[in-house]
Design a protein around this ligand. Structure first.
Ligand code: HEM
Ligand code: HEM
Length: 185
């Protein structure tokens, strides 16, 4: 399978990145939600938060590769071709998802910086992006959490649209994003 996108299908790199990012985002959400189960200051709670930060930052690194693939390569066409408003809506949704994947880790990084807390990244300590300012840290955290909640809806609508295309419109939207073996099944 070609690693690059062609006019007819996503390449292996886009497919691998898409599903890897889904796994990363699920892990990011699971870690931060599970932390509530453990007492403040406990190792498990702090460990879950650390994984939330590190996996979220991994999303930040990888999303730039994905955006380069999207904007410097071709996007495969859907067959049969959807109506114009559906294509525009899909384009807007993809843009929103890319903004989400850039903004969320960045807001998290900014919020930890303003709180004067360390920013771990797989054995490294990333630099603070801002000076310490507790009020700003709280506002950034609040924005991060609000957009985090919006993320559930964005991802849910995006996945529902993929299922709609597959089962109702019966076009190749979803099949283009699956590895070849499944596509032929
Ligand atoms: C795509 C990436 C990310 C998503 C979807 C995400 C999502 C979330 C969500 C939904 C919450 C709120 C949980 C709740 O309301 O209980 C949260 C909290 C938080 N996130 Fe993220 N996050 C991401 C990346 C990051 C990164 C990269 C950092 C820091 C480097 C970070 C730092 C934080 C902090 C400090 C909190 C508050 C934790 C607490 O007060 O216990 N996040 N995040
Ligand atoms: C169960 C979950 C998911 C399903 C079933 C799914 C399905 C799909 C499908 C079928 C496409 C191709 C659509 C098209 O070309 O018009 C696609 C593209 C895309 N998906 Fe997902 N997706 C899921 C989760 C996610 C998540 C969690 C994100 C990120 C937050 C995401 C971000 C994207 C983006 C940005 C594209 C556009 C790719 C490009 O640049 O061409 N998806 N998805």
């Amino acid at each position: 399978m070609n690693w690059k996108n062609t006019i007819d299908r996503y390449g292996s790199l886009s497919i691998a990145m898409h599903w890897l990012m889904l796994l990363l985002l699920v892990a990011v959400y699971v870690c931060i939600n599970l932390r509530e189960w453990f007492p403040r200051g406990s190792d498990l709670r702090e460990g879950l938060k650390m994984w939330h930060f590190m996996l979220g930052l991994a999303v930040f690194v990888l999303v730039f590769l994905r955006m380069a693939i999207r904007w410097f390569g071709v996007s495969p066409r859907i067959q049969p071709e959807p109506v114009l408003w559906q294509k525009r809506l899909a384009g807007l949704m993809h843009l929103a998802l890319y903004i989400f994947m850039v903004a969320m880790p960045l807001l998290g990084w900014l919020s930890l910086s303003a709180a004067g807390k360390p920013i771990p990244f797989f054995g490294l300590q990333l630099p603070a992006l801002l000076g310490v300012d507790k009020t700003l840290a709280d506002s950034l955290k609040e924005i991060h959490e609000t957009i985090g909640t919006i993320g559930y809806y964005l991802i849910g609508m995006h996945a529902a649209a993929a299922l709609f295309h597959h089962y109702v419109a019966r076009d190749n939207t979803l099949l283009r994003m699956l590895p070849r073996r499944n596509r032929l099944a």
